[in-house]
Design a protein around this ligand. Structure first.
Ligand code: PLP
Length: 361
């Protein structure tokens, strides 16, 4: 069989979840939207079910897939509902929901549900994507507080620049949150992964770690807490062909790479149809038998090429790791001008294999 696969280390996932809890001293929603950032939401939920406080996903469809797989913990819908007709289903499946918009507020005030909902009321503290404006927040909070369809209210906001500690923006957002929610009782939730790792004053009662669960850093600089994360996804394959080329020979589509020395070139069964970024430039690191090599030539749909000249022991059948233990996806992403989030979410075609201990890595 084609050797390309993603080896998902569920023990590393648990390690990262515990780190989020320990750093924040708060309850932690494990964010497993977008199929667990490409890691398989159901498997991630099962791996965390014994210790997670709750899960979070983007929409009802994602939550129902977890319920159908037998996941019973609370699940928060991070964008709430898109149509009022979802409300009875949300109540029936005991899901928690964000309310971020006037139309959702009205839907809820008019609804007659089988059970009241746990609501996370979102404040727009400065990201200007979703959430109620600071001046409207207390009014909406009081309306929901008085509504029979509401079982509890959590105060929530989201940071736009928590991964850039020097900008001052997160301090402004924290101050706006404090002002807008002053005197309103109930738990608070502000932090995504960057907040958990770098913003202790904002930890509040609930944190919402996403990318850190999967062992990638949200920062573009070295950060002490992020250094304690362990990669969960190991994207792996093997060398399927080797070629010796003289100086001056082009490799692959468009002849992007031309040999500057006699070159031993290896072909890896991994391409952009698997989710490896097509725009990764020459020089992007790749591990071959645990040693660093460099991408050479344009990534094709099913194959990519690496320079093996400095790895004489590597050859046909050598194990290749595109990212994972020993080569963080964040590093590959920064070469490719993107972020680890996108690399993970783009994972495609490759079978995922799950392990629950570190021995196989
Ligand atoms: C996706 C998401 C998160 C998780 O963000 P990370 O940067 O992956 O930690 C947290 N909160 C909300 C509202 C989200 O949509």
């Amino acid at each position: 069989m084609r050797p390309a696969h993603a080896l998902i280390n569920l023990e590393a996932l648990r390690h990262n979840y515990r780190l989020a809890r320990q750093l924040s001293g708060a309850c932690a929603l494990a964010v497993i939207k977008a199929n667990g950032y490409g890691h398989d939401a159901v498997e991630c939920a099962r791996a965390l079910e014994q210790e997670a406080d709750a899960f979070a996903v983007a929409c009802l469809e994602e939550a129902l897939a977890l319920r159908q797989a037998g996941i019973r913990l609370p699940i928060l819908l991070l964008e709430g509902w898109f149509e009022a007709s979802e409300l009875p289903v949300i109540a029936e499946h005991r899901l928690w929901s964000v309310v971020h918009h006037q139309a959702q507020l009205e839907d809820l005030l008019e609804a007659r549900l089988s059970a009241p909902l746990h609501i996370w009321l979102k404040l727009d503290s400065g990201m200007h994507r979703v959430g109620f404006a600071p001046d409207d927040y207390a009014r909406v909070w009081r309306q929901l507080k008085a509504c029979d369809q509401v079982a509890s209210l959590t105060k929530m906001t989201h940071f736009s620049r928590a991964d850039e500690p020097e900008t001052g923006r997160t301090e402004e957002q924290i101050a706006t949150f404090r002002r807008a929610t002053e005197g309103l009782e109930g738990p608070r939730s502000l932090c995504n992964s960057a907040g958990v790792l770098a913003w202790p004053p904002a930890h509040g009662d609930w944190v919402r770690p996403g990318i850190m669960l999967y062992g990638a850093t949200p920062f573009e600089f070295d950060q002490a807490n992020a250094a304690r994360l362990r990669p969960v996804m190991n994207l792996e394959s093997r060398i399927i062909a080797v070629r010796d080329l003289p100086v001056g020979e082009p490799i692959g589509y468009g002849s992007r790479f031309v040999t500057q020395r006699p070159t031993r070139m290896g072909v890896v069964a991994m391409g952009y149809a698997d989710g490896y970024p097509r725009h990764a430039p020459d020089g992007t690191p790749v591990l071959v038998d645990g040693q660093r090599a460099r991408l050479a030539g344009r990534v094709s749909m099913d194959m990519l090429t690496v320079d093996l000249t400095d790895l004489p022991q590597a050859g046909l059948g050598s194990r290749v790791r595109l990212w994972g233990e020993g080569l963080n996806a964040s590093e590959v992403a920064s070469h490719a001008g993107t972020i680890a989030y996108q690399l993970f979410c783009n994972l495609n075609r490759v079978p995922r294999r799950f392990i629950s201990s570190d021995s196989a890595i």
